[in-house]
Every structure is written in C-alpha cells, then in structure tokens.
Design a protein around this ligand. Structure first.
Ligand code: HEM
Length: 134
C-alpha cells in the first residue's frame, strides 16, 4: 500500500478511537455538549481520512505525486488542531474559536489540494503497469 494511503488510515484510526471515546463520554455522562466535536472527529477525522486512504490505495500513481504528501500533512495538521480546539470551545473556552476557524480553513485548503490531485493529470513516469497489459 502506498505510504500516503497507510498514513491516512493511521490518522483515521486515531480519530475513530477519539470520536468513539467522545461518544461514550457523552452517553455515560448524559451531557451532549461536545456533539459537534464528536461528529467532526468521526466524519472529518475517521470517515474522510479513510476515504482518502482508499483513494490513494486504488490510485498508487497519484499517491506518489508530491501533492498527495501536501494533502496528507495539511489535512492532518488541520484535524489535529481542529478537533481538540472544537471540543474545548464547546465546553466554554471561547478563546478556542480562532483556532477552530484557522484549522477549518486549513482543512478546506487540504480538500482543494485533494481536488487538484483527483482532477490533475496522472504523472506519466509513475503510471502503474496495467494488469491487463500483455
Ligand atoms: C460507540 C460509538 C458512538 C457513540 C457512543 C456515540 C454517541 C453519540 C451521542 C451521545 C451523540 C449526541 C446525540 C445528541 O445529543 O443528539 C452523537 C451524535 C453524533 N454522532 Fe455519534 N456515537 C458513536 C459513534 C459515531 C460514529 C462512528 C459516527 C460517524 C462515523 C458518529 C456520528 C455522529 C454524528 C454526526 C452526531 C451528531 C448527530 C446530530 O447532531 O444530529 N457517531 N453520538
């Protein structure tokens, strides 16, 4: 599996653990104040990262492009900052709002990089030999 796909799956699993832990925390305490952080940990952290990982696993030529690395590191930095900041903000630490805003914009930038990877040309030299080629 390409390194970037493996990295996305590692990021995904970390956030699945974090997201479920927050869900359990809310269920056990009966306080649902961090629903937003839980939902974003699970959907941006776990589900979206896993989908990125599947994409790169299925497209190894695109995974070798430098932009794929940029996509991973910008996205990882964004969610690693956003989820704890959102969690704290929802618990009343209003000062976290700026961090949530900046990291959200960073996540958006990473998604735009992913769009360039998807719509961009596959590097010729890095193209995988077709399984159907004789
Ligand atoms: C053991 C696992 C989980 C537990 C105990 C759990 C628990 C919860 C709880 C207590 C809420 C708050 C409900 C409310 O106040 O209305 C919630 C909301 C939510 N959860 Fe989970 N959750 C779990 C896993 C997941 C997973 C895996 C995902 C997504 C991949 C997810 C996505 C969401 C979303 C999107 C919301 C917000 C729903 C809304 O506001 O309408 N949860 N969860």
């Amino acid at each position: 599996m390409p390194t970037v796909a493996d990295n996305f799956f590692k990021l995904a699993v970390v956030f699945l653990i974090v997201g479920i832990a927050m869900g359990l925390q809310m269920s056990i305490s009966g306080l649902h104040d961090v629903t937003g952080a839980h939902a974003h940990a699970n959907l941006l952290g776990w589900a979206s990262s896993a989908i990125f990982g599947v994409y790169y696993a299925l497209n190894p030529a695109k995974a070798r492009a430098r932009l794929a690395q940029v996509h991973f590191w910008v996205y990882a930095a964004a969610v690693v900052v956003m989820i704890p900041a959102l969690y704290l903000m929802l618990q009343g630490y209003a000062a976290m709002e700026m961090l949530v805003a900046v990291s959200s914009l960073l996540a958006f930038a990473a998604v735009l990089v992913f769009a360039v990877v998807v719509f961009g040309k596959t590097p010729e030299a890095a193209t995988e030999p077709s399984a159907l080629a004789g």
